[in-house]
Design a protein around this ligand. Structure first.
Ligand SMILES: Cc1cc2nc3c(=O)[nH]c(=O)nc-3n(C[C@H](O)[C@H](O)[C@H](O)COP(=O)(O)OP(=O)(O)OC[C@H]3O[C@@H](n4cnc5c(N)ncnc54)[C@H](O)[C@@H]3O)c2cc1C
Length: 277
């Protein structure tokens, strides 16, 4: 909302003095050295979908440089045996899935900001997706990567879970760019599912809906997506989709069975082999 308000009113208050668009990790390292030498503040920028305000510069006597990862947006390598793919940190969701699909793989990380947010941003903000119930949150998907800091480069290898000491990956997830700039990200990928389907069910009230969700989760029913909308969100979804033929049929059906007003919508999905789904 603050961004939207600034764009409509033209009152941007503080904004960066410059934007850099490096093409590789080496250039990111050079920019950090330059920034340190000239006392410039650096803000890493992925897809810019942050809702926490960290990409918005604060008033400062120092110059501010936004460092966009937008040009580092490609699949760098794919190890089909261990199913680990390396991406440039600025790769946005759709481009990431498209590049994997060409090889028969997918990541399955779908935050609601999927279209714009980037794999580096997901790690930096410890993101979770709409289908994390099946594919895992970013904690399970982030296998390693390359991080540039003013003190040099840090490579985090894709080692499996170990009982010896803390996991280095945990030090970087959720740091919002404070400890370094993630330039390359290794993620655990999966083969594309044979079959995927999504469904909706309407439940009479919030208490019975919550009870059903709890039972599904506690009994570990294998779903790829599970989202419960309260009556207000249900109504909004139906209004937003009101032009769609499917929603018209749904409303007609619902009218026969009693109005959807006041009901809760449970959206769920399955994915896997045909027999599993
Ligand atoms: C409509 C909408 C829906 C959303 N839905 C979800 C959701 O379902 N789940 C969820 O978890 N979040 C959600 N978010 C929040 C946001 O999309 C996530 O936090 C996302 O992971 C941010 O990714 P980004 O690439 O846009 O990062 P940015 O917004 O560009 O940056 C986020 C933070 O990470 C830092 N950063 C970015 N890239 C790097 C990098 N390469 N190295 C180091 N630091 C970096 C930035 O400095 C900033 O502090 C939503 C946001 C919006 C606007």
């Amino acid at each position: 909302l603050p961004d939207w308000y600034a764009m409509r009113s033209g009152e941007f208050n503080v904004f960066p003095d410059g934007v850099a668009e490096p093409e590789n990790s080496q250039q990111v390292q050079e920019l950090l050295q330059w920034a340190m030498q000239h006392q410039v503040q650096v803000i890493p920028y992925g897809g810019g979908t942050s809702v926490a305000g960290h990409i918005t510069p604060q008033a400062s006597s120092q110059p501010i440089l936004t460092l966009s990862l937008a040009r580092m947006n490609n699949l760098i390598s794919l190890d089909r045996t261990s199913q680990i793919a390396r991406f440039g940190a600025g790769t946005a969701g759709p481009h990431l899935e498209q590049q994997l699909a060409e090889h028969g793989f997918m990541l399955g990380h779908f935050p609601q900001s999927f279209e714009l947010s980037t794999v580096g941003g997901w790690v930096a903000s410890r993101s979770s997706g709409q289908q994390s119930i099946r594919y895992g949150r970013i904690e399970q998907l982030f296998a390693g990567g390359r991080i540039e800091t003013p003190r040099g480069t840090l490579n985090i290898p894709t080692i499996p879970a170990s009982s010896a000491g803390p996991d280095m990956r945990e030090l970087f997830m959720g740091t919002e760019g404070r400890v370094g700039i993630i330039t390359e990200v290794d993620v655990r990928v999966q083969r594309l599912p044979e079959h995927e389907s999504f469904h909706c069910a309407f439940l009479p009230d919030w208490d019975s809906a919550v009870n059903l969700v709890r039972q599904l989760v506690q009994n570990k029913v294998q779903l790829s997506l599970l989202r419960l909308s309260n009556p207000e969100e249900t109504r909004t979804h139906l209004l937003l989709g009101a032009d769609g033929l499917a929603v018209k049929w749904l409303n007609r059906y619902a009218a026969l069975r009693g109005s959807p007003d006041g009901k809760c919508m449970l959206t769920f999905g399955t994915s896997g082999t045909k027999s599993q789904t």
